[in-house]
Design a protein around this ligand. Sequence first.
Ligand code: SF4
Length: 377
Amino acid sequence: MDKQLAQLKFRDPARARALGEALNRVTQEIGRDPISVMHVCGSHEQAIARYGLRATFPRTLNVIMGPGCPVCITDVPEVDEGVALALAGVRVATYGDMLKVPGTKRSLADARADGGRIDIVYSIAQAVDLARDTDEEIVFFATGFETTAVATAAEILRGLPKNLSILSAHKYIPPVMEIVSEMPGSRVEGFLAAGHAATITGSAVFEPFAARHKLPVVVAGFEPLDILAGLLALLEQIRDRKHDVQNLFPRCVNREGNLVAQDKLWRVFEPQGGRWRGIAHIPNGNLRLREEFANVDARKRFKIDIKSLWEDAPSQLTQHCICGDIMSGIAAPKDCPLFGKACIPDSPVGACMVSSEGTCRIWHQYGGVPDLREEQR
Ligand code: SF4
């Protein structure tokens, strides 16, 4: 009951209307069209779509979803590594969203159809349980941002079963904000940072970025009022030409973050440069296992031959998919000619239509183009 009451408090229509009016007032004071801000989180996009928040946004406010879907930015060769392991007879455990993500020539679902053993798990803890129940080698294909990487790190530090190893495709969000804001054609004037990731890193992690790029960052939660209040704070900073880091999710986030979780994360992982699918090479954007954990690193335990995968099937990758441009904030799903036609959730062409956190999937689920500003024009 307490939880329900708390949710209602953050979904109060009167307060939402007041915030909507304030957003209107501040956008008029800024006086530009459009004013573009970016959030970097599929959960923010889901909440914006589910609660119809775009209908309340001022016509001149453009809220863009950036590279906030961990499945979408898992790079093609990383999927190929999982496929190669499965086809070589190794059991691969991973999250369900990863199954249909295209590799160069096969997805994990294709590998499963070809006889590969793929187990769907909801957490690394389940992969540990799987490994304890068998003598077979199991590889946990670990995807996700720092929030999920902490769970992987904690299990590794606790000690994995001998037959379990990790194929890390974990990513670290702060570096990609640097790249996206520097991209030619970037229109981003401020960032709404994801509250759950900031519970780990703390809001201070964004301070060097805000100072370097002179862009405001506001940490926000996921209830409708969290998002509206976060956007209002962001717009007020844009109007006042400020570039501070503000924490509007203090019920979960503090400036320093969770120091115990950070200690686990950085003891196990080191940041390395690597490609994010469709976007760019992101310096320090990939989280890879440190040398001390080579014994549980699937890349060291197995010889993973991805090149032989590239010979015998047509490529799954289509040049028509503009998922990378969408995640970089320079296009929207409605700009893709395949959206809702050749590309739908049951037969996705690109990764953004696969995951429940992908922009194309969310927009498709909530009626195609939930940008109601179009109807106001
Ligand atoms: Fe790619 Fe499909 Fe989105 Fe188009 S609709 S950008 S093909 S994922």
